[in-house]
Design a binder for this molecule. Structure first.
Ligand code: 5GP
Length: 208
């Protein structure tokens, strides 16, 4: 998918915002870092669609557009998604309309999605900047998951197994941010985004 195809336009040459994809193991701190950088740089937030039931404090249209499987499938058949992924028996997906809302107006957007969705975006949208976000080591990830004390042992083990599956995808991404500390990871992600706004990063594939 070309930039014009993504915007749905054929002739307009208005500068489009940059699309950044951030993927990496759950528990690596990427949500915190993406939120901080989004706030400090005024970057858009794409609201994903999901067939998962809302949790008790979740309102429709804030973190997710909640919908049933029939609606999700119908919208997928109409080509409304940039990418979709099934996780824990529920469908998740990025709506093209969410992406266009920002990039068509020259605003940057970060998509925080899993590696499976990331690979679909890379395929359809080669100009997307792919950023892999990871902890310094598996030992560090395990310590973080235990320290945050939100998950039981089974969930921790399942997150660690998923991380082992995701880490090999690092080489398919343009750049890596290693999260030694939240502050340093925010600085690295900020530098990548500002570098792209200035015309591109030369340090592709290297951990920053
Ligand atoms: P949760 O149900 O805990 O909110 O999210 C479960 C998983 O779905 C997380 O790993 C999250 O990153 C992923 N996810 C959320 N939205 C999307 C999306 O639009 N696309 C993809 N591929 N994954 C998503």
């Amino acid at each position: 998918m070309t930039r014009d195809a993504m915007s749905g336009s054929t002739g307009d040459r208005m500068a489009k915002g940059n699309l950044f994809v951030v993927s990496g193991p759950s528990g690596s701190g990427k949500t915190t870092v993406c939120e901080r950088v989004r706030d400090s740089l005024g970057i858009g937030l794409s609201v994903s669609a999901t067939t998962r039931k809302p949790r008790k404090d979740e309102r429709d249209g804030v973190k997710y557009h909640f919908m049933d499987e029939a609606e999700f499938e119908a919208r997928r058949a109409r080509g409304e998604f940039l990418e979709t992924n099934c996780y824990n028996g529920n469908w998740y997906g990025t709506l093209l309309s969410e992406v266009r809302k920002y990039t068509d107006r020259g605003r940057d957007l970060i998509l925080e999605i899993d590696v499976n969705g990331g690979m679909q975006v890379r395929e359809k949208c080669p100009e997307a900047r792919m950023i892999f976000f990871r902890p310094p080591s598996m030992e560090d990830l395990e310590a973080r998951l235990r320290n945050r004390a939100t998950d039981d042992e089974e969930t921790i083990q399942s997150r660690l197994r998923k991380a082992e599956e995701e880490l090999p995808f690092e080489s398919a991404y343009d750049m890596t941010v290693v999260n030694h500390t939240i502050e340093q990871a925010c600085e690295d992600l900020t530098r990548i985004i500002l570098g792209e706004r200035r015309g591109g990063n030369d340090e592709k594939r290297n951990p920053v």
